[in-house]
Design a protein around this ligand. Structure first.
Ligand code: SF4
Length: 457
């Protein structure tokens, strides 16, 4: 067990660890993306590289690479103030059906390619937007057609993101029937005032109701998402929020630290009022709140399993999509703005539903931009993503890429050890709790020089 995963050294201090709200200072929250989702950064993916994806699709299927399938549902009941995704809150049932039909035509085209024909997904992921915005009928039709093209009989995990207010018992039963194994509830906070101020569509009553239904239906995993440092968050409320999450007894809790990307309503308001600092807790405060939450979850029997997650039972709570993607699985990603990769080539679809539908109607794949990685970039991608788990083995990279992180990153690793964030043994790097709480910031040190200051959108 790494130190990042070890139990708190001083659990009796946890109750006294109330960290006051502070929004100011050098480490105040300014606009920008903090979370490292992929590598190289998206701003390096270009429309002129899109042809490289077709070279992969026209090549023989690989024998030893897992495949994931992702479908993006860009509809929501309401736009959250911190949301930077392209989401649509005004589409009627006919428009949604047309979108789902376009998604299936996209899958059909992929199913006919030499690279993907006959492959079965190891995992399937429905993200958004709000996948649970779809009706039971739409969900059943969509998944039946997806299964005809890419059968799920060997699929180890089907993950599905939900907004609590869109869930009825009937819809949850349908999700269970369809084969969803990991249900992820975007609860974010249990306080109605905070949900309202941050523009969430749901309220706590709907979160409790959804959790109650979900528990009785026997999903393999029920996850709750929380965000530390939403607008108007206080230390007292954050503590109540964590205690409530523990009482609700989910299999897994994912905690994000509030960031304010470009394209959010919050940033728009900051710009209009000439503010540089967002009206949310500064980074040290958010880190301290997450640190406190991790310790409280550990006291309650949970284990910290990555920079963002605690799980009740690490033996049975698996993250197939995460672990597989972070080890270089192929990802067939369909739907507007979605991004995937095949054979080391990243791609992203058209980011607006109009151009997306036009391309599909023309009989094309709706790919907008792509990026072909080289061996070193693939190595860095896996290295930085796996470090988010809090530990990784040097031998994995030596065997797979012929690169030893200890020699490739001698200076960076030494610096991180001197600062107390990383520890090294013969074959393992482990990250301290303090390092885990700011891992996305630290990971940039491993990027190639030309990628270091890129905007992460
Ligand atoms: S529910 Fe998620 S995708 Fe929809 S607006 Fe809110 S943050 Fe964005």
């Amino acid at each position: 067990m790494s130190s990042a995963q070890s139990k708190s050294d001083s659990p009796n201090l946890i109750k006294n660890l109330r960290v006051p709200l502070n929004t100011e200072g050098e480490d105040s929250t300014e606009v920008g993306n903090y979370f490292v989702a992929n590598y190289p950064p998206f701003s390096f993916w270009k429309p002129e590289y899109a042809s490289s994806i077709y070279d992969v699709l026209n090549s023989p299927r690989p024998e030893d690479t897992n495949l994931g399938v992702y479908f993006h549902i860009p509809f929501c009941r309401k736009r959250c103030h911190f949301c930077y995704f392209r989401v649509y809150t005004d589409k009627n049932a006919n428009e949604i059906n047309a979108y789902l039909d376009a998604g299936i035509r996209e899958f059909e085209r992929y199913a006919q390619t030499e690279y993907l024909a006959g492959r079965k997904p190891q995992f399937v992921y429905f993200g958004g937007g709000t996948p649970s915005y779809l009706s039971v009928k739409q969900l059943k039709e969509l998944t039946n057609r997806m299964k005809d093209l890419f059968p799920w009989d060997e699929t180890e995990e089907v993950a599905f993101e939900c907004e609590p207010g869109t869930l009825t018992e009937k819809k949850l039963e349908a999700l269970r029937e369809i084969g969803v194994t990991r249900l992820s509830l975007g609860i974010e906070n249990f306080d109605d005032h905070i949900l309202e101020v941050n523009g969430r569509a749901h309220r706590s009553k709907e979160a409790y109701r959804a959790l109650g239904f979900a528990k009785t239906l026997g999903f393999d995993q029920v996850n709750i998402d929380l965000i530390a440092g939403m607008m108007d968050e206080t230390p007292e409320n954050w503590e109540r929020c964590v205690e409530t999450a523990i009482e609700q007894d989910p299999d897994c809790v994912t905690i994000y630290q509030m960031e304010i990307p470009y394209n959010t309503t919050i940033y728009k308001e900051m710009k209009e009022s000439g503010r540089v600092t967002a009206p949310v807790a500064n980074w040290p405060t958010k880190r301290a709140w997450v640190d406190w939450a991790f310790s409280r979850f550990e006291e309650a029997g949970y284990t910290v399993s990555s920079a963002y997650t605690v799980v009740k039972n690490p033996e049975t709570t698996k993250f197939v999509y995460r672990d597989s993607l972070w080890e270089g699985a192929d990802l067939l990603s369909a739907g507007v703005a979605s991004f995937g990769h095949f054979g080391g080539v990243h791609y992203q679809n058209q980011a607006d539903v109009g151009p997306y539908m036009i391309e599909v109607d023309k009989g094309n794949l709706p790919i907008f931009r792509a990026y072909e990685t080289n061996n070193e970039e693939r190595f860095i991608r896996e290295f930085v993503l796996q470090l988010k788990l809090g530990h990784t083995k040097l031998s994995y990279f030596k065997e797979k890429y012929g690169i030893d992180p200890a020699t490739r990153f001698t200076d960076e690793l030494k610096g991180l050890q001197d600062e107390g964030y990383f520890q090294m043994s013969d074959d393992e790097i482990t990250i301290s709790r303090d390092g885990m709480l700011q891992v996305d910031r630290l990971l940039h040190r491993f990027f190639l020089a030309e990628h270091r200051d890129a905007r992460y959108t």
